[in-house]
Design a protein around this ligand. Structure first.
Ligand SMILES: Cc1ncc(COP(=O)(O)O)c(C=O)c1O
Length: 373
């Protein structure tokens, strides 16, 4: 059997990784400023993480949600404290798209409405509802036609208010910082007015923090810069540091209705062990403060490069926009300088390194970057 390979791949085969370094089978060392698409949070192969997962799988790796799994309560409690949402509840699933899918469904169950508002440039995943609220029509299949989604211009609060006034919108879904859209940071005032307009019309506000959350921007969630409390917050990526785990934080306004949601794998023993290890390491190593410190330094230094049209972002979620296509630069960085970076569109680099990078790693990146400009 062949792999159904829809991906365009680099001809590189990583065989091991440690911290923010990756090693390929030829023995080359790479600096990881991509984190496998913002997934690696505490660093590759962290000893506490590998120990906790190894010990858990040696005891019990999985049993379904038909039994007691106290690790779920332990993790929910720890996450509530770490994120600043101790009175919210946690539902766990396995991928970012699945978290958004469940969030959209829960909103619709709650207010019995059908339409969704999303924004230009958004990306929310590939499942049925998640892909339909993603502003990339070529990813929609004919079976996705039925969900009614209103796409509004990013940041246009008047259009939002106008669309909400009939009180027939179930939910508004928005990223904490748009990732695939190009590292676009929302204005605090926009998020505040959006939150207020949703409350006034009993519309559910879903904050997709799958890429921007879990400490990446220097706060646990990017929307916390605007001091708002969404009804549902979705998380994935950095939550498991590579272990496939995701979830949604659900405000106390939602009642639990048995069997309304469900999952086989979500919240299994191994997933909880991985997620707990990530939170413990984040706390012990003050990785959120580190994201602010090293992120601010990197952005300040990058702004000195006249070749870059604009540097934007928060913490360690950084976009560098060029006036011309970046493919030649990105290839040079990877194949000559041995640095992994992310990209979006034709002209934008995305830097999404592990949150544990040091100032020395940042300097190393800057020096290799300078070489190829
Ligand atoms: C903001 C955002 N939401 C959702 C997703 C989908 O996550 P997954 O690929 O785990 O389904 C992504 C993935 O890149 C994302 O960046």
């Amino acid at each position: 059997m062949k792999f159904f390979d829809v991906f365009s791949r680099w001809q590189i085969e990583p065989v091991s990784a440690k911290g923010c370094k990756i090693y390929d089978k030829e023995g080359n060392e790479y600096l990881d400023f991509y984190g496998g698409h913002a997934v690696i949070s505490i660093g590759h192969s962290h000893p506490k993480y590998t120990k906790r997962i190894s010990e858990q799988v040696a005891n019990i790796g999985f049993y379904s949600n038909s039994v007691l799994i106290p690790l779920q309560d332990e993790y929910a409690e720890k996450l509530g404290k770490a994120s600043g949402y101790p009175d919210y509840s946690l539902f766990m699933v396995n991928s970012g798209a699945e978290a958004n899918e469940n969030a959209l469904k829960l909103a619709s169950f709650h207010n019995n409405r059908k339409k969704i508002i999303s924004f230009s440039g958004s990306f929310h995943g590939r499942t049925a509802a998640a892909i339909k609220v993603t502003d990339i029509p070529k990813y929609w299949a004919p079976i996705n036609d039925d969900l009614e989604v209103v796409f509004l211009p990013w940041g246009d609060i008047e259009k939002v208010k106008d669309s909400l006034k009939n009180r027939d919108i179930s939910a508004v879904i928005i990223e904490g910082i748009q990732g695939i859209g190009g590292i676009i940071v929302p204005e605090n005032s926009f998020l505040q007015e959006l939150s207020k307009a949703c409350k006034e019309t009993e519309t559910i506000l879903i904050l997709d923090e799958i890429q921007s959350g879990y400490g990446r921007t220097g706060k646990f969630f990017a929307h916390q810069y605007a001091n708002i409390s969404p009804d549902i917050i979705t998380i994935a990526k950095g939550m498991g540091n590579g272990f496939p785990v995701s979830g949604m934080l659900i405000s106390p306004e939602f009642k639990i209705i048995p069997e309304q949601l469900g999952t086989t794998f979500g919240g299994n023993h191994l997933a909880c062990a991985a997620a707990l290890a990530v939170l413990e390491v984040m706390e012990e190593e003050s990785l959120i403060d580190n994201a602010t410190k090293v992120g601010n330094y990197l952005m300040k230094e990058l702004k000195q490069f006249s070749q870059i049209k604009e540097v934007r972002g928060r913490g360690l979620m950084i976009g560098m926009e060029f006036s011309e296509p970046i493919k030649p630069l990105r290839d040079k960085l990877l194949f000559e300088q041995k640095v992994f970076t992310g990209a979006t569109g034709k002209n934008i680099f995305r830097l999404l390194p592990p949150l544990c990078i040091t100032k020395e790693d940042a300097d190393e990146f800057l020096s290799r970057f300078k070489t190829i400009l």
